[in-house]
Design a protein around this ligand. Structure first.
Ligand SMILES: Nc1ncnc2c1ncn2[C@@H]1O[C@H](COP(=O)(O)OP(=O)(O)OP(=O)(O)O)[C@@H](O)[C@H]1O
Length: 574
């Protein structure tokens, strides 16, 4: 957690102010019992009304000063806590955005969400508590002991016993509760995962009548978290009454031994009253310590999880030795590319080599799971090749910045991902600077104009979360328009026509051909009709290139392609 607190540097002035204010507040608290004992021992004993009023006025002024300090310290510490939380959330989010897909796969999206929200809130809460109590508790404890000893040193021996008893109690409860707090964060992750999956998959759950079963899965995860929370809260519930009990016993002991000392004439009544108040303050500061003792380990479990994210070095970074751009545009080359996912035994791509040039369409076809999406995911460096290299415009993609590389690519992913907002905002996502005319043109080529025109507000129509108010084919067309408006050098369509009917598919490819005469187009597809006009068809089988050529060439030379074709087209169509 200390590592995270180093990020408090921008708030140094406010923190110093809080420390000063808390110091003033604590000193005023410590001074009040002494004034009260003066009223009793001097004012009341001597029946001196003026003295009582004079000290009383001083007490009021000191109380006002203490209250103002307390309020302003609370205000400032909340402001520091919130500012720190905001900065940290931004930092974690920025870091997560730099992750490669490997890191996303490793940590899990749900855990990343919990770490960015709940874990940061825990650290933020403990920071606010520390700011208010960390300064106050030690000053109050030490100051209280000094004042108590100054009132009666012998009677202060009671504190030795009390502190030992409290230390044992706090250590026992801490040893049990800290592991439980750590477990709670892990269980919260699990609950988030179940919740996220069940909410996004609600249609499938309903279609398969799994509502009750899934409800019980959620219930299990929920109860699992609740069980741990109850266990840890039971411990905490024991702590406070025990503290109160010890406090009350301390009071009884002070009054018992104090009265004996008053009887013996070595202590005054006012001093005993002040002594009781100092005892309360010492105990209260110990309660504050206890609270921190509980909160700090809980937050440090969260801090570890946050630091894990911040310390992760994404395995895809921009190289220190960048190469200069060439004058080439739209050239893509795979040189003996081998790729394995982390932890996988066998490579998904086993030595893929091909070239794609501007003005040409390169299609990739093959059975499911043969590595088509993996291949295209390597082009924008979502993953890095395990062996071999990929060249864009003659330069290894590892030797240009990711920003530069991705600006050359217009990717249409297999699963159309849209964002909440209007249709035009979603298309403009590909190119913020695009004007209305360019947005309309892209939609036109993507064959989206007709259905957008039928919508109530046209291009301003609202797309709900994840594009649920659009059909699969409509979503695909908007994500195609998004890539088109970018005007990239290389278009990558990852099975992006699968949800379109044959007529729209043909019309779209026709329009695309005219639009991309000078660009490189990579199309991944399952349908032979989508790829048969391509300049080059790559047939992938189990991560290997089984054949490469035009439709006609492959029909003669590649048995895998022949099989695919005969399973989809009639003899006349071939
Ligand atoms: N993130 C991942 N981590 C580990 N293995 C993966 C990951 N993504 C895909 N795979 C594996 O890699 C192989 C190739 O998957 P890929 O998605 O590239 O196939 P595909 O040819 O595009 O299939 P489809 O046509 O069904 O989309 C599969 O066996 C799959 O299990």
């Amino acid at each position: 957690m200390i590592k995270l607190f180093k990020k408090l540097r921008p708030f140094s002035i406010s923190i110093i102010l809080v420390i000063i204010l808390v110091f003033i507040q604590t000193i005023t608290d410590l001074y009040l019992p002494t004034l009260m004992s003066d009223i009793v021992d001097t004012g009341i004993v001597n029946k001196d009304i003026d003295y009582i009023l004079d000290i009383g006025k001083r007490m009021v002024l000191i109380t006002i000063l203490g209250t103002i300090s307390a309020v302003y310290a609370s205000y400032l510490s909340s402001k520091i806590g919130m500012g720190f939380g905001t900065n940290l959330r931004n930092e974690v989010f920025t870091k997560v955005e730099s992750f490669s897909l490997h890191e996303f796969d490793k940590t899990g999206t749900s855990s990343l969400i919990t770490r960015t929200t709940n874990d940061i809130t825990q650290v933020q809460t403990v920071l606010i508590t520390i700011l208010r109590m960390f300064v106050r508790a030690p000053i109050m404890a030490v100051g209280g002991i000094i004042m108590a000893v100054s009132k009666d040193a012998k009677l202060s021996l009671i504190f030795v016993v009390v502190i030992v008893v409290l230390a044992i109690l706090i250590s026992l409860i801490g040893a049990k509760s800290i592991p439980l707090y750590k477990l709670m964060q892990v269980k919260l992750d699990k609950l988030n995962l179940v919740l996220r999956e069940r909410l996004t998959g609600i249609r499938v759950i309903r279609a398969f009548n799994r509502v009750d079963k899934e409800k019980s899965k959620f219930n299990d995860a929920n109860l699992d978290l609740v069980d741990t929370a109850i266990k840890v809260n039971k411990l905490m519930a024991i702590l406070m009454p025990l503290m109160m009990l010890i406090m009350n016993f301390t009071n009884v002991a002070i009054i018992w031994f104090g009265s004996i000392r008053i009887d013996n004439g070595v202590m005054q009544v006012g001093d005993l009253m002040a002594f009781i108040q100092y005892a309360m303050q010492i105990m209260f500061s110990l309660v504050m310590f206890t609270m921190m003792f509980i909160l700090v380990p809980r937050a440090s479990a969260s801090a570890v999880r946050i630091n894990e994210v911040l310390d992760t070095n994404p395995d895809i970074n921009d190289s220190d030795k960048l190469e200069n751009e060439t004058s080439k545009r739209g050239y893509l080359e795979f040189k003996n590319v081998i790729f394995s996912y982390h932890g996988a035994e066998e490579p998904v791509l086993k030595g893929v080599s091909f070239c794609a040039k501007p003005g040409e369409v390169t299609a990739i076809i093959g059975g499911t799971g043969c590595g088509k999406s993996t291949l295209v995911n390597l082009i924008p460096r979502f993953y890095d090749v395990t062996n071999g290299s990929i060249l864009v415009d003659g330069v290894d993609i590892k030797k240009i910045t990711q920003q530069n590389l991705r600006s050359k690519i217009g990717l249409v992913p297999q699963k159309a991902v849209l964002f909440t907002g209007s249709i035009s905002e979603n298309i403009r996502f590909g190119n913020q600077g695009a004007n209305d005319e360019q947005v309309r043109h892209a939609a036109n080529i993507a064959q989206a104009t007709e259905f957008i025109g039928n919508m109530k507000e046209g291009f301003d129509s609202y797309i709900s979360q994840g594009g649920t108010n659009l059909s699969g084919g409509q979503k695909q067309r908007i994500s195609i328009a998004r890539a088109l408006v970018r005007k990239p050098e290389i278009y990558v369509f990852d099975d992006s026509f699968s949800a379109l009917d044959f007529k729209t598919d043909a019309k779209l490819r026709q329009a695309l051909k005219k639009e991309t005469v000078n660009d490189t187009v990579i199309i991944v597809a399952q349908r032979v009709t989508t790829v048969m006009d391509a300049n080059r068809i790559i047939v992938l089988e189990d991560g290997n290139i089984a054949g490469m050529g035009t439709h006609k060439e492959l029909l003669k030379s590649c048995s895998v392609y022949q099989e695919i074709v005969s399973s989809q087209l009639s003899k006349e169509e071939i």
